[in-house]
Design a binder for this molecule. Structure first.
Ligand code: ACO
Length: 326
């Protein structure tokens, strides 16, 4: 499809590590319920650092790893559903803070499918002319949007940022082999973040800023995910002219260990091909897939030449699957 070489992977998670037992001290939950239903043991929670701060740290780690200068970058995309603000974009803040003066930058808002949508977008813009080197980040500070008294949602999420530096390197066999991106907007209300209201009068008598906490209809999303996501992954594999057996690793959004086990069964693939790090980070939405890629690289499970499925799913509702030759 097109050359897309991942030059470096890097991440940053906030220092504060919160266990299930820590949560059970102030809400009616238990380590047993959270572990058994989700596979989550810990999550990292950001104190004082906003989404852009997490992304800047991940960006600096990326540049250091690849020995690229910030000025080398032509494009920065941040996938986030928890931007610092609606404008400026988090990507613009990152661009300014790291000094990537030659890059244009924008956010992509597709919740937990954001990294896959961003990677496909970046690959289309990577033309060797306007864009030679790009940075794609997934970054979230979900803790600032949660209702910390809603046990059905707050136990699931964590903060972090991770991403990749990409370029077209024809000396490498790396490639984006195929993809499938899907949106199911009729279910827009199943997962929602902060809502704001339009004016009721003009000229306005007061300025009403309505902020509602993050909300997810867990069971409905679970059913959507286990029904739709296998279809989207199959479509991406077909688009790649590969078979499922030729996929070496399925790097799936870490929303729930039970979902991932169900996916492995539905795809008739061994669970060993579906690595997980959900126990350490919980659901980090747009950061989840690149965070897992980083961890796999660290332990030597990610190897050049492998066929890797990257798959995210969530708010929108949405799903995105990309097959890359790493
Ligand atoms: N601790 C203890 N009990 C709890 C908790 C908790 N933290 N949360 C819910 N419960 C209780 C409920 O009140 C309910 O009790 P009841 O039977 O007395 O009414 C019981 O546990 C079962 O609740 P369910 O919601 O049916 O639990 P379920 O097995 O569905 O698990 C979960 C919930 C983990 C949220 C699951 O539905 C899930 O993983 N959903 C999908 C999440 C997903 O895919 N997210 C991806 C997208 S996220 C994004 O885009 C940002």
């Amino acid at each position: 499809m097109n050359h897309l070489t991942i030059k470096a992977l890097a991440s940053y998670v906030p220092e504060k590590r919160v266990s299930n037992d820590d949560l059970a001290e102030f809400i009616d939950t238990s380590d047993e319920w959270i572990s058994q239903r989700t596979g989550i043991k810990f999550r990292h929670i950001s104190l004082l650092e906003n989404t852009s701060d997490l992304c800047v740290k991940a960006a600096q780690n990326l540049l250091q790893k690849a020995t690229w200068q910030a000025e080398d970058l032509d494009l920065i995309i941040v996938a986030t559903m928890t931007p610092d603000s609606t404008t400026p974009s988090t990507a613009a803040i990152v661009q300014g803070k790291i000094g990537a003066s030659n890059a244009f930058a924008f956010d992509i808002s597709v919740a937990c499918s954001g990294f896959e949508y961003a990677l496909v977008t970046a690959s289309r813009l990577l033309d060797g002319r306007h864009v030679k080197k790009a940075m794609v980040l997934g970054g979230e500070n979900i803790s600032k949007t949660l209702d910390w008294h809603d046990r059905t949602t707050c136990v699931l999420f964590g903060d972090g940022a991770a991403g990749a530096l990409i370029e077209q390197d024809e000396t490498m066999s790396s490639e984006l082999l195929g993809y499938s991106l899907k949106t199911f907007g009729e279910d827009f209300d199943k997962i929602s973040n902060q809502k704001t209201k339009p004016l009721t009068t003009f000229p306005p008598t007061s300025f009403e800023q309505v902020v509602t906490p993050f909300y997810m209809e867990g069971r409905a999303v679970y059913n959507f995910t286990t029904r739709i996501v296998p279809e989207v992954m199959r479509a991406a594999v077909q688009d790649s002219n590969l078979t499922l057996d030729q996929i070496d690793l399925f790097v799936l959004h870490q929303a729930n260990a039970r979902i991932i086990k169900t996916m492995a069964k539905k795809m008739h693939q061994p669970l060993e091909k579906f690595p997980m790090n959900i126990s350490e980070y919980g659901n980090t939405s747009g950061a989840s897939v690149p965070l897992l890629l980083c961890d796999l690289e660290k332990i030597g499970r990610l190897q050049r030449g492998q066929n890797i499925m990257l798959c995210g799913f969530g708010g929108g509702l949405s799903a995105g699957a990309c097959v890359i030759r790493y």
